[in-house]
Design a protein around this ligand. Structure first.
Ligand code: NDP
Length: 451
């Protein structure tokens, strides 16, 4: 029998890697996790968590506006960007500490350094080779920057946007996906003149078409300047300002340009080719259902595999991996009915398929929709409407998709996802008594299909 330094070495101490490492250790495995940056990874250090804190911080602006209609007399209110950033940094430091402790308390050896694969069982880190029976790659992804003149030199990405020294007076955000919309919400709420530039007719390609249209209207109402079907041809910097050239012949002068045109697997320095790990067109590691790469002793989970790029999915994949190989409980991650949310302002949440997906899958469907002004918006005077949609299989009555744009939709959608994962039908929704008065009750009171 060959002997190795560890049963398992995980590369990457993000959400997926940490979960895999500590569950494997709890099952009795000898585990090391290697991390070149801060434990916590994209989600905790430079993604979901700091972003959500800035979403919370900025959304008070809308609350303050709405409060006036309810009798609050508010004057002289100011926001201090640097206080928000410092508070956010303190919280991220705290969470990093928790991640370190989680690993320590489960007996995992955290190694600080950049890992490079040196063989099917070997890793080079800090000029030393260490070995393991199995290696798990969980290094996540990184922002891409498009090959547009001046973009790479002048644009920031979501990484830097979370740590700016000053709130930009004007910001241009390139892209119409998750990150673009979330940062548009943050900067616009805090008072930056915010331009969103994207190539499609509506933001969020892949989301339900009505949701896309609806969020575009809401973004305009919340002060975001939309530039649909537009591309950037050049970025030039002079005296601390950026000039952004558009294909429409317009130019925008901004303090910052944020590139939010997607992310790519973080595989460039791992030495994948040298050990023969197969990758796909965007550099993603190709894995089997149980996370195995083309090298049998090496596995991969999370964004580096570019399947469903969401933190809870990476965590689920890491947990399934650890249970399968160290817990005597072989299982694979279920990708069915994964709910997700975009923390734009207002937010968007969905689970299941869109109306268009259902049509393209040849399903006979019924669509139930509701567009309504939330009760809070009556007295506040805010004209914004919420939107809800259920996509229902006309033959089986099963709810195939649930979609919402509106306050609290992410919190609402989690419960809907449980019902849909259990195979809920529209009749089950109808038989559920609503909680009154809430927005959520609309999901159980939509009686007549709109088509
Ligand atoms: P997305 O894939 O969501 O969006 C990328 C955007 O960039 C799209 O609008 C896309 O346009 C545009 N784009 C891509 N290539 C080009 C190009 N060549 N020219 C012009 N525009 C282009 O990526 P994000 O970076 O926003 O986020 C990455 C992933 O991270 C998400 O998909 C999601 O999985 C995850 N994430 C999840 C969050 C959450 O759960 N709340 C938050 C943030 C990130 P088009 O649509 O036309 O292709």
């Amino acid at each position: 029998m060959e002997s190795y330094d560890y049963d398992l070495i995980v590369i990457g101490a993000g959400s997926g890697g940490v979960r895999a490492g500590r569950i494997a250790a709890s099952h009795g495995a000898k585990v090391a996790v290697i991390e070149k940056d801060r434990p916590g990874g994209t989600c905790v250090i430079r993604g979901c968590v700091p972003k959500k804190l800035l979403v919370y911080g900025s959304s008070f602006a809308h609350e303050l506006t709405d409060a006036k209609g309810f009798g609050w007399q508010i004057s002289g209110v100011q926001h201090d960007w640097s206080s928000l950033i410092s508070a956010k940094d303190i919280e991220i430091d705290r969470l990093e500490g928790i991640y370190r402790n989680l690993l320590k308390n489960s007996g995992v050896n955290l190694i600080s350094g950049a890992a490079k694969l040196a063989g099917p069982h070997e890793i080079l880190v800090n000029d030393k080779t260490i070995s393991a029976k199995r290696i798990l790659i969980a290094v996540g992804g990184m922002p891409t920057i498009l090959d547009i003149p001046g973009m790479a030199e002048n644009a920031i990405t979501s990484n830097e946007a979370l740590d700016l020294n000053e709130l930009p007076e004007t910001i241009v955000i390139h892209g119409g996906g998750y990150i673009a919309l979330e940062f548009a919400g943050i900067f616009a709420a805090l008072g930056s003149k915010t331009h969103l530039i994207y190539r499609s007719n509506f933001p969020l390609r892949g989301f339900d078409e009505n949701v896309r249209e609806h969020i575009a209207e809401c973004l305009v109402d919340r002060g975001v300047i939309l530039h649909p079907q537009t591309s950037i041809t050049k970025v030039e910097a002079e005296s601390g300002k950026q000039t952004i050239w558009l294909n429409t012949q317009e130019t925008i002068i901004a303090d910052q340009i944020l590139s939010a045109t997607g992310r790519k697997p973080n595989t460039h320095s791992l030495g994948l080719d040298e050990v023969g790990i197969k990758t796909g067109p965007v550099g993603q590691i190709i894995v089997s259902e149980d996370a195995q790469t083309s090298v049998p002793s090496i596995y991969a989970i999370g964004d580096v595999t570019d399947r469903v790029n969401l933190t809870p999915v990476a965590i689920g994949e890491g947990h399934a991996f650890a249970d399968s190989f160290y817990g005597d409980n072989p299982r694979v991650m279920s990708y069915d009915m994964i709910a997700s949310a975009v923390f734009s302002q207002p937010p968007i949440a969905c689970v299941g398929i869109s109306e268009l997906d259902a049509i393209q899958q040849g399903k006979k469907i019924k669509i139930y929709e509701s567009r309504f002004r939330a009760m809070k918006n009556t007295i506040s005077g805010r004209q914004e409407k919420s939107y809800m949609k259920l996509v229902v299989d006309a033959e089986t009555d099963k709810v195939l998709g649930a979609h919402m744009v509106g306050p609290d939709c992410a919190e609402i959608m989690q419960g809907i996802a449980i019902a849909m994962k259990m195979g809920a039908t529209k009749s089950d929704f109808d038989a559920t008594v609503g909680i009154h008065p809430t927005a959520a009750e609309e999901f159980v009171t939509m009686r007549s299909p709109s088509r």
